[in-house]
Design a binder for this molecule. Structure first.
Ligand code: NDP
Length: 508
């Protein structure tokens, strides 16, 4: 029988006669296993969920374009950046970080800001956040850090002791903690926040000259944040408010946009730079490296199916196109491995064939073959090895990053200058924030940190004190701590402070 165009079928295209009544042995008898449609439908349903992302599980995404507005060809040979006015299609996914897939969009958390550029030289993924810095700078700490921001292994509840114990024993987190607990930690929507590469990347040009760069997507909608009270209300009343806001804005033609500003540093200037440019807990002060506007990112099209396009979207910071390369930032080096590895687990070895992830303007011509869900022609009868003399795809020596020098003794090195960790947080508190920002910041911290044990409160208050005495005193006062004791802890080394506040040595 020829199928009518709108006839319901099984997964294999066979017309289905009845989708309301299971096949039974007689009117009141048991269900027959030969009801192939029922069995197939249930078996597929049982497998509908794929592993949730360990981080960035709750997200929203949309398509759009990136347009170049400034000539940057002296810095990079990337073709998608080669001409003013040039447009490249993009897919962007925003997310919260710590919450599960059903968690509230308004939670205090950094926001993911991941951009996939479908360039003519393959897909370029810039996988950033809405903050210019991060909590830690060594990837060995990442799984521990995330554990502390999630649920207690015994109670399965978020645990303020775990949360603050780790942060107060990891003082390099103070800069990001200060941003997270300002009202920027609860953006009003995904449209009203900035996006940052956070890491330093390398750009190189056709002459082989290279530059260190940082990306800043500045929102054209203006920064808008929620207060703690507004965020609490939205968590209850509309846990999907940011997902809804993005989708509805795009549907009504109110297309959000961001201006891409770059900070670009020559290798010569980088040598004497005041800050370690591969330390993701630091920014490059704008006064020293003024940002240059280079392009515009616009989102103008919603996906047609959330699971197919947003849930299965997969980004990897290692997907860089010629003209762009990674830097020695240790966190970035680990992310280059970890994102791809995660997607192999979450989506399978052929996740690059899923349409949202597939290169649109530079078809894959690799020798990778087979594996679960290899759903294209799999290289057909062409050679599956290199070198070959059958006309298979050949490497292009011009595509690689120019060679660069490395030297040194292999080892495990801590970052130098631990006292630097407090400087930029102090500047943010004193010079960038308004009095209202500071009041909200202290209130946001106190309302969270007050749920942790006293000794952990003391240790964390000392960290705030080290960033700025007024900051530390106000947090200490809000928590009703002995300010003199906090000040005393602030004067200790990190090791002494940890020893003075370990379980059993001071009141809990
Ligand atoms: P500038 O005065 O030139 O820049 C301050 C930056 O801070 C602006 O980009 C502003 O972003 C941003 N900002 C304002 N309020 C907050 C907040 N509550 N949380 C986070 N960022 C905020 O100063 P410098 O470049 O000399 O940097 C001073 C401090 O500003 C840094 O120590 C850092 O904490 C913070 N900062 C610096 C950035 C950089 O790349 N240099 C980027 C972001 C923050 P906007 O324009 O969107 O309002």
């Amino acid at each position: 029988m020829e199928k009518k165009s709108n006839t319901l079928t099984t997964a294999f295209g066979i017309p289905v006669a009845d989708d309301l009544n299971s096949m039974t042995a007689g009117e009141r008898g048991p269900v027959l296993i030969q009801d192939i449609h029922l069995i197939e439908k249930l078996a597929h349903f049982d497998r509908e969920r794929i592993p949730e992302r360990v981080v960035h599980a709750k997200g929203a995404g949309a398509y759009g374009y990136f347009e170049v507005t400034t000539d940057v060809t002296r810095y990079t040979q990337a073709k998608f950046l080669s001409k003013i006015g040039k447009r490249t299609e993009v897919f962007v996914r925003f997310s919260t970080v710590g919450g599960e897939k059903g968690s509230a969009d308004a939670a205090r958390d950094p926001r993911g800001f991941a951009v996939k550029f479908y360039t003519e030289e393959g897909n370029y993924d810039l996988v950033g956040n809405n903050t210019p810095v991060f909590f830690i700078r060594d990837p060995l700490k990442f799984p521990d850090f995330i554990h502390t921001q999630k649920r207690n292994p015994r109670t399965n509840l978020p645990d303020p002791d775990m949360f603050w114990d780790f942060l107060s024993l990891t003082p390099e987190s103070i800069h990001q903690v200060t941003i997270l607990f300002s009202d920027r930690g609860t953006p009003a929507s995904y449209r009203h926040m900035n996006g940052f590469s956070s890491h330093t990347f390398k750009w190189y040009n056709e002459k082989g000259e290279y530059f260190w760069v940082q990306y800043h997507f500045k929102t054209d909608q203006g920064i808008k944040n929620l207060t703690r009270e507004e965020s609490k209300r939205l968590c209850g009343e509309d846990p999907d408010h940011a997902t809804r806001d993005l989708f509805e804005a795009i549907e009504r033609g109110d297309h959000p946009s961001w201006t891409l500003e770059m900070q670009i540093l020559t290798p010569e200037k980088a040598k004497d730079f005041r800050w370690d440019i591969f330390d993701i807990t630091k920014v490059w002060p704008h006064g020293e490296v003024p940002p240059i506007k280079i392009g515009k990112l616009v989102l103008n099209r919603n996906s047609l199916n959330y699971f197919a396009e947003v849930e299965q979207a997969a980004f990897c910071p290692g997907n860089v196109v010629p003209g762009i390369a990674v830097s020695p930032d240790k966190m970035l080096q680990a992310r280059v491995f970890s994102y791809h590895d995660t997607h192999l687990h979450r989506l399978g070895p052929n996740y690059h064939l899923i349409p949202v992830n597939a290169p649109k303007h530079a078809p894959e011509t690799s020798y990778q073959r087979d594996g679960f869900m290899r759903v294209d022609a799999n290289g057909e009868g062409g050679p599956n090895y290199w070198p070959n003399s059958f006309g298979g795809p050949a490497p292009d020596a011009k595509a690689g990053e120019p060679a660069f020098e490395l030297s040194g003794q292999a080892g495990r090195y801590p970052f130098k200058h631990p006292n630097d960790d407090f400087v930029q947080a102090g500047t943010l508190y004193r010079q960038v924030m308004t009095e209202k920002d500071r009041t909200n910041l202290v209130g946001n911290i106190v309302s969270h940190l007050e749920k942790a044990k006293k000794r952990i409160q003391m240790r964390q208050a000392a960290i705030f004190f080290k960033a700025d005495a007024d900051y530390g005193k106000r947090v200490a006062a809000g928590l009703k701590l002995d300010v003199k004791e906090v000040e005393r802890l602030a004067q200790m080394s990190q090791e002494e402070r940890a020893a003075a506040t370990v379980q059993g040595t001071s009141p809990d």
